[in-house]
Unconditional design. Structure first.
Length: 367
């Protein structure tokens, strides 16, 4: 590509256009992924300025995650002038986590520039390139957050790309609550940190639909730990689990409750109690039982899986300085092309793992 004044003009135009579309690109990626859409629009976290379940990271060596580990011992009844209980206690444990980096590149060759002459044609070319980048970012974001990679030993998932990816659900929520796997530097062996688990009847044997709903009820109540209203509000399952529950509802009641706002946003969903259930192609199969090393990325009709989540205790942390930023278009010395990079720095965390759960080994082939 001859680096003429015209090329400089278009390179500056492309850079400015990409920068102008940065916020739009972030919204389009967030709003295309059910989990992020729910965290952003319906999450119950405290960082409301960024979208309730999205927390902005403002710097520091690592993310510090305050985790409630014990009950406050000073909460007691009293009468009249009775001395109040004031005992020193350490109710908080601090977890730590590293931010992760995600990038994609937008490239335009000299040949493409020549084929698309004129300002309008070049703008359309850039828009097509941005659409391709957006699709790739959507798919990779969801894959990292939901699926991850199978860990050594195949008992749970872990961040992919040698740990460079964000934490996936399959690492935040694992099928064996006694495993010593760590999350945010805290071992699962701590009972106050362990997530909840419900294994399907007879470790994958056929379970009738009513028993299936009973199991869902049990996991929901385990995660809620009482009737205080702090129960799961979003669930993400594989396709088999979702369709099995949907069919069960069709067979046992006149209509199916759905989340209208989520439906309007374009997400197929169904309500279970106060929880909105979505499905994703990236939900892994957690296998047959809590101890068998058979976790896999391949979904299975006779080993279906769902995660029950509470968005009050989940956050997508995004750097305020590296939030879908676009670098200026530049021309490498050895290519007839110009390139820009789109960069995101983020991480997926929880500060109440015990409020989350998984339902696995569900045989959806049962009648």
């Amino acid at each position: 590509m001859a680096y003429t004044q015209e090329t400089r003009t278009y390179t500056a135009l492309f850079t400015a256009t990409l920068d102008d579309h940065r916020a739009e690109l972030a919204d389009q990626v967030h709003d295309a992924i059910p989990l992020i859409w729910f965290l952003k629009n319906r999450g119950r976290g405290r960082d409301r300025g960024a979208g309730r379940g999205i927390r902005m990271y403002t710097g520091g060596a690592r993310i510090k995650i305050p985790v409630i580990s014990v009950k406050n011992p000073n909460v007691k009844s009293y009468s009249k002038f009775e001395n109040l209980t004031v005992n020193a206690s350490d109710e908080m444990t601090v977890g730590i986590e590293d931010m992760k980096n995600l990038a994609t590149a937008v490239g335009i060759s000299g040949e493409e520039m020549d084929q698309n002459r004129g300002l309008a044609a070049k703008r359309d070319l850039l828009r097509d390139k941005l659409d391709i980048a957006e699709i790739g970012l959507k798919e990779e974001f969801e894959r990292q957050l939901v699926q991850g990679e199978v860990a050594s030993g195949a008992l749970f998932m872990e961040p992919g790309n040698s740990g460079k990816d964000m934490n996936p659900l399959g690492a935040i929520i694992i099928k064996d609550p006694t495993d010593t796997q760590t999350l945010h530097g805290i071992t699962q062996a701590e009972t106050w940190w362990a997530n909840k688990v419900k294994q399907g009847a007879a470790a994958g044997a056929a379970a009738g639909s009513l028993e299936f709903v009973t199991e869902m009820n049990n996991l929901y109540h385990q995660c809620a730990m009482g009737s205080t209203g702090d129960a799961p509000d979003v669930g993400i399952s594989d396709m088999y689990y979702y369709e099995y529950y949907e069919t069960t509802m069709m067979n046992n009641q006149r209509y199916i409750n759905r989340d209208e706002a989520a439906t309007t946003a374009g997400f197929d969903n169904v309500r279970f109690k106060n929880m909105t259930l979505f499905w994703s192609e990236y939900v892994p199969s957690l296998g047959t039982d809590t101890t068998t090393a058979d976790v896999t990325k391949t979904q299975s009709a006779d080993e279906a899986t769902a995660f029950f989540l509470n968005t009050r205790w989940l956050s997508l942390v995004i750097s305020d300085a590296v939030n879908f930023i676009a670098t200026p278009f530049v021309e490498p010395y050895d290519q007839d092309a110009i390139w820009s990079k789109i960069l995101v720095r983020a991480q997926f965390i929880t500060n109440q793992r015990r409020k989350l759960g998984c339902h696995f080994a569900v045989d959806t082939t049962a009648p």
